[in-house]
Design a protein around this ligand. Structure first.
Ligand code: URA
Ligand code: CA
Length: 433
């Protein structure tokens, strides 16, 4: 087989066979196929697309390019959740203990990554003593006993995706539905998921700027999952403004605790119940979405969700008393209020720019080597659709720097107050098959 023939076939709009796709992925991973041929094929896929069968084949070829996490010793259907990214997205911190408290096994492998705030592991590490350096045996044991554990990234998962994603990044081929969908799904499957729930974000803080694009990506991923034997559901949710109130590591842990207590922000709570209900159905702890949602609401109401969070923290070396006394979390030295420049209705809070402002305070990493400050970040006191009076606080800035004029200016530049406006739709769509 010759790579040039595969490129020409896709260039001319024909479907590739399983053998051709596997030849490309294996050859590229091993370094036998050069970057220029791989980028040419990626561009051909960008313009000519792939059919459902090609997408599923590409996904599994990438899964098979590296290690596979075997979760078969863990009892039950392992359901993983993936979000396509956003600002102040505290959902994982709430969802993991919540669904575990109604019996869905949460066997999560998590990395650190780059972004506006730390990843889920960084956030959890703002709890004194909490760590994810546990053995695979311990991990299995904890999930079997208590239905929840988080372990740091191990193994060499989907090396084909790593290499191809880096290449796409510099060749104008990131924004292709078959390539994005196979990239995301291959990582979830290699991490051992039996079933997958996807939160595809739309809006200015997201990768997919329109609802139509987000829906096309969600449909593509659901279709791949179901073809390769991993039941998959998705929702399309808003990321035009940050989710919930908190952006920052310890601040988000505090927000997660409030939400598990039933006292969280309305939008975060609604998103968690929607995604959680899908996880509970896929995890076979309820038959219908409505029944699943009731189970979750009860677990919040009667304190089981919060108890599960405490068990999870202490199982992994952390101090569970933070749950009852959040002042034990890292605290920033200074708090500043951002005063509203006029009276009116908040009509825009640009998610991505607020994320950058949090990173300027030290909450996130720009490069892998950066240290993050777990205590700093932002807490919104107003969201889109809220009324505000001139001089009232739009948000609170938690900082360890005294000089924050640049951050304040960025925030003011990215919050709009008008005469009238409404809150955005939070959940545009649920895709269950
Ligand atoms: N995120 C991924 O993991 N892969 C893509 O291709 C795009 C976004
Ligand atoms: Ca939040």
């Amino acid at each position: 087989m010759r790579m040039v023939d595969i490129i020409e076939k896709k260039r001319d709009g024909k479907a590739l066979t399983k053998e051709e796709i596997e030849f490309f992925i294996e050859g590229y991973t091993q370094g036998d196929i050069p970057d220029y041929q791989a980028s040419s094929l990626a561009m051909a896929i960008f313009f000519q697309d792939m059919d459902d069968e090609e997408r599923a084949t590409l996904t599994m070829a990438m899964v098979n390019s590296g290690d596979y996490i075997d979760l078969s010793h863990i009892k039950g259907v392992k359901v993983d959740k993936h979000s396509t990214g956003g600002v102040g997205d505290t959902t994982t911190l709430v969802l993991a203990p919540l669904v575990a408290s109604v019996g869905v096994p949460v066997a999560k492998m998590s990395g650190r990554g780059l972004g506006h705030t730390g990843g889920t592991i960084d956030k959890l590490e703002s709890i004194e003593g909490f760590h994810v350096e546990i053995s695979e045996d311990q991990f299995t044991q904890l999930v079997n006993d208590d239905r929840i554990a988080v372990i740091g990234q191990t193994g060499n998962l989907t090396p084909a995706d790593k290499k191809l994603y880096a290449l796409r990044d510099v060749t104008g081929t990131v924004n292709s539905i078959p390539l994005i969908a196979s990239s995301i799904m291959s990582k979830k499957i290699a991490a051992g998921a039996d079933a997958i729930v996807l939160d595809v974000k739309t809006g200015n803080g997201a990768f997919m700027k329109t609802v139509e694009d987000a829906e096309a990506l969600a449909q593509a991923m659901v279709c791949i999952g179901n073809q390769v034997g991993r039941q998959t559901m998705a929702i399309i949710s808003d990321m035009s403004q940050p989710l919930g109130h908190a952006i920052g590591n310890a601040l988000e842990v505090k927000e997660a605790i409030a939400t598990l207590r039933g006292e969280g922000p309305k939008d975060l709570t609604e998103l968690v119940l929607t995604l959680g209900a899908q996880m509970v159905v896929l995890g076979q702890q309820a038959v219908t979405i409505d029944e699943a949602r009731n189970l979750l609401e009860q677990a919040i109401e009667d304190g089981r969700a919060l108890d599960k969070f405490k068990t999870f923290i202490s199982n992994q070396g952390g101090d569970p008393s933070v749950v009852d006394d959040v002042s034990r979390l890292p605290q920033a030295q200074y708090q500043y209020e951002l005063a509203a420049p006029r009276t009116g209705v908040v009509t825009e809070i640009v998610a991505n720019e607020l994320g950058i402002a949090s990173m300027m305070l030290g909450a996130g990493r720009k490069t892998k080597e950066d240290e993050i400050d777990l205590s700093v970040g932002l807490v919104l006191n107003k969201k889109v659709g809220d009324n505000v009076n001139e001089g009232e606080s739009l948000l609170t800035i938690y900082s360890n720097q005294e000089e924050i004029e640049e951050v304040k200016q960025k925030l003011l530049d990215n919050i709009t107050i008008s005469d009238s406006g409404d809150a955005p739709t939070l959940i545009y769509k649920m895709i269950t098959e």
